[in-house]
Design a protein around this ligand. Structure first.
Ligand SMILES: [Zn+2]
Length: 442
């Protein structure tokens, strides 16, 4: 019998097709941008032949990780260990004010390079000059949801107009890898009028909205003072939450807030490292989960993290809840893997397409090298510890190969879609320039 031809075959790997499945030795076939077969190596090699073969022996093969909240920024490691307000006024806000289009391009290249190298295959960005980001996504090969971070600040270049242009020009582009949403920074930096305009436009174009909600105690205090209710209650009162909203943080919530989020089907991005670093607080993840709220995992920007390593984020996310709940069984590793794959995918309305390895789904796949001492010993039969090792011991550097939409973006740690050295050189130069401008007031 003639063998069926596919574009790519990942052979003899240790497959983990979904967060709750058991690992098994298998191969995966990819045709175009889709997974067309998954099975035991002998069956796959009997039935299929491929244009290209990837030997995955001794490597874990799993769905690409999905970052449910981040900003592609350019600076990191500057003005550290300051209280939140000084950190904001010393580095965050001046750098934002000074940010130009060319800085954003360099930032997008650097962030996307870091994501490819750390096994993140899809991300949602809410920040600035998003058309520059879209151009870089086209080249890098990643999958992205892009939204403008609209605020009422006068220096901002992100407005309803630029966000609408982004949606018109970029939604569905790059073979559907680029999705565009509307983005509002937060209920305290956007007026009611701005928020309602964002809602109206998102509904007009039938796309989602990304926003930060209830990140800090200060925010809650401020909204209570201005509107007499919590941020969630306020956003619900003005009907903002009737749109398709994906909210970052949601750290300071009341039981009533959680009920509202559930009722309005708001999805939430958990950003444990950023919340720890900025001493914002601990998000009530277990309460939200108990109420059936869909939760994804995000790194936030590397200015507040300080990297985009989703493996580290899974580990910290679990440990933080264990400490917070004083329960070592809180947020077990499978839950964290769910959050970083299907959970985040559901936050971006993509869980039917990505987040697990299934025939018919998009081929967004990563290979993780398991041969480092920190991932030994590995048990595959009887009790398996693969997920435990991936979540609690692995890190970005263990990712060996990254595939998005059927295209190999990195193989054996060599990035193919971007020129690594050039990206780093450009980022360094642009960051120096941004820092100088920020210091001198833009
Ligand atoms: Zn953020």
């Amino acid at each position: 019998m003639e063998k069926e031809k596919v574009d790519l075959m990942i052979c003899d790997g240790i497959l983990l097709t979904k967060y709750d499945s058991e690992p098994f030795e298998g191969s995966v076939c990819i045709k175009g941008n889709k997974i067309v077969a998954i099975g035991r190596p002998s069956r796959i090699s009997r039935t299929f032949k491929a244009e290209k073969y990837l030997n995955a022996k001794g490597k874990a093969v799993l769905p690409g990780l999905v970052n449910a909240h981040m900003h592609e920024c350019l600076l990191r490691g500057l003005c550290e260990d300051l209280p939140l307000m000084s950190w904001l006024s010393k580095i965050c806000l001046p750098a934002e004010r000074a940010l130009r289009r060319e800085h954003m391009r360099a930032a997008a290249l650097l962030n996307q390079l870091e994501m490819i190298k750390s096994g993140t295959t899809t991300f949602i960005d809410i920040f600035r000059f998003q058309e520059e980001v879209a151009k870089v996504v086209k080249i890098s090969g990643l999958r992205a949801v892009l939204s403008c971070q609209i605020m009422d600040e006068s220096y901002r270049t992100e407005t309803i107009v630029t966000n609408e242009r982004l949606v018109k020009e970029w939604n569905g582009k790059a073979n559907g890898r680029i999705i565009t949403w509307f983005g509002a920074h937060s209920p305290y930096t956007c007026s009611e009028e701005t928020l309602l305009r964002v809602k109206e436009m998102a509904e007009r174009y039938r796309v989602g909205i990304h926003i930060h909600i209830a990140e800090t105690r200060d925010e809650v205090k401020r909204i209570k003072k201005e509107h007499g209710v919590t941020p969630v209650e306020y956003l619900d009162k003005i009907d903002f939450l009737k749109s398709r909203v994906h909210a970052a943080h949601c750290v300071h919530l009341t039981a009533k807030d959680i009920a509202i989020l559930k009722k309005r089907r708001v999805t939430v991005a958990y950003n444990p490292t950023s919340n720890m670093k900025l001493a914002s607080g601990v998000a009530p993840i277990l309460k939200m989960q108990a109420n059936g709220i869909i939760i994804g995992l995000g790194t936030d920007s590397f200015l507040s993290n300080n990297n985009l390593d989703m493996f580290e984020e899974m580990r910290i996310g679990s440990y933080l809840q264990k400490l917070y709940q004083t329960s070592a069984s809180a947020l077990p590793c499978r839950e964290m893997l769910k959050m970083a794959t299907l959970g985040s995918a559901a936050c971006l309305d993509m869980d039917k397409e990505i987040g697990s390895l299934e025939v018919g789904k998009k081929a967004d796949i990563i290979l993780v090298n398991l041969s480092s001492p920190h991932l030994y010993p590995l048990f595959l039969r009887g009790p398996t510890n693969l997920v435990e090792n991936l979540v609690y011991s692995a890190n970005a550097g263990d990712v060996d190969t990254t595939i998005v939409d059927g295209r190999i973006l990195m193989e054996d740690r060599k990035v193919k879609s971007l020129r690594e050295e050039e990206v780093l050189r450009k980022a360094e130069k642009a960051a120096q320039d941004l820092y100088e401008r920020a210091k001198s007031g833009g």
